[in-house]
Design a protein around this ligand. Structure first.
Ligand SMILES: [Zn+2]
Length: 379
């Protein structure tokens, strides 16, 4: 996610913070400082209330990380790669490299987060209820913090279990349909429609809140609805592309009419002769029969344009050894899941470059084929 930065790592999983998360942090802090703690503990000093509010907001932050970490560790247990966890405006998201392999894996992975929130919630409420303040008045701060964290984590668990995909509850729903129908591609559309429906309900909720007035956070449900609707629609499209690509291979869809650059050509010449006239985002670098690497517009932009005229292209390219390489007979659907940061992947046979696979070109082809099939059906 652009605009996010690394704050550390736990169990080998990178924890990242998106700047929009600071809004949440400020919001939680402010509602405690000027609301919750002010009304419940009016006898606290200014400094004490400020300090306890900051500590509570930090612990809230910790409980969101615990929620996401539970998803990630269960995902890893099922052999899925988790690159990082990013906290942003609407909570957290664990960045998975691929879809869960089985319904069972998805069920446990999706339930793990809400289960962790539920656990923290129950512990918080237990602490706040079992401490007798009449006997130990010194523990008043502990009771206040535990009660707040208890309630907010229970609310978090409940919210995430709303069955709108890709919320956790929607994923649990998908895994259940998947288990019954034995086919993920049949389960995703149902769960994603659920996500769109829940987004619609958020809008209604927002309208009701807005009419009642007096709520400074009236826009919140609309924001949630917007993100949920987009995410659900995106999953729907992805699954559709996946279904349409089933059984297809990389070979027929790769571009074989590519022009490669010589490793000694300068960056300026490659841009002038290949990238500009042919609108290319990536140019392969080849020496005789050997595929050496790929130079992309991003690599070129990273170096100062004053050095373009005397920098050989093999100094800026991504070397072949570090690239994901496809084979012509690879399954297209699996190939699509291997695109991570790059838009173009090399297709190699016996160390020789035989084609380039462009993700967008493939998606376009599949969409056009889908539309054509529908147009034939409509006649
Ligand atoms: Zn979750």
């Amino acid at each position: 996610m652009p605009g996010s930065f690394r704050i550390g790592s736990l169990f080998g999983i990178e924890i990242r913070l998106h700047i929009s998360w600071l809004v949440i942090f400020a919001l939680v802090f402010f509602t405690l400082w000027q609301g919750e703690y002010r009304t419940s503990y009016p006898f606290w000093s200014q400094e004490k209330r400020l300090l306890v509010s900051v500590i509570t907001a930090l612990l809230f932050f910790g409980s969101i990380i615990a929620h996401e970490l539970s998803h990630s560790l269960v995902a890893r247990h099922f052999d899925m790669k988790v690159s990082s966890i990013t906290l942003f405006l609407l909570g957290g998201v664990a960045n998975l490299r691929q879809e869960p392999p089985t319904a069972k894996a998805e069920f446990f992975m999706a339930s793990a987060g809400p289960a962790m929130s539920l656990l923290i919630g129950l512990i918080g409420l237990a602490i706040s209820n079992f401490i007798d303040l009449a006997q130990t008045p010194s523990l008043q701060v502990v009771v206040a913090v535990a009660a707040y964290l208890g309630y907010i984590n229970l609310a978090l668990a409940a919210f995430n279990m709303i069955p709108g995909f890709p919320l956790d509850g929607g994923r649990v729903l998908r895994s259940a349909i998947w288990a019954v129908r034995h086919d993920r591609s049949k389960a995703t559309p149902i769960a994603a429609r659920g996500g769109q429906l829940v987004a619609g309900l958020f809008v209604l909720w927002g309208v009701v809140q807005f009419q009642e007035g007096g709520n400074a956070l009236w826009f919140w449900p609309f924001l949630l609805a917007y993100f949920l609707y987009n995410a659900a629609t995106q999953s729907l499209n992805q699954e559709r592309v996946g279904t349409l690509a089933a059984g297809m291979r990389v070979g027929p869809l790769m571009n074989t009419a590519f022009t490669a650059a010589d490793p000694r050509s300068t960056v300026a010449n490659v841009v002038r002769d290949l990238m500009l006239p042919r609108h290319l985002r990536a140019v392969p670098v080849v020496n005789g029969h050997d595929f050496l690497g790929l130079v992309t517009t991003d690599d070129v932009r990273k170096i100062d344009h004053e050095r373009w005229a005397d920098t050989p292209v093999d100094q800026v390219m991504l070397p072949a050894a570090g690239l994901v390489k496809l084979a012509p007979e690879d399954d297209l659907m699996q190939a699509l899941e291997r695109f991570t940061d790059s838009a173009v992947l090399p297709v190699v046979r016996d160390g020789r470059l035989v084609g380039l696979l462009d993700r967008e070109a493939v998606a376009n082809y599949i969409r056009m084929r889908d539309l054509y099939t529908q147009s034939q059906g409509a006649r």
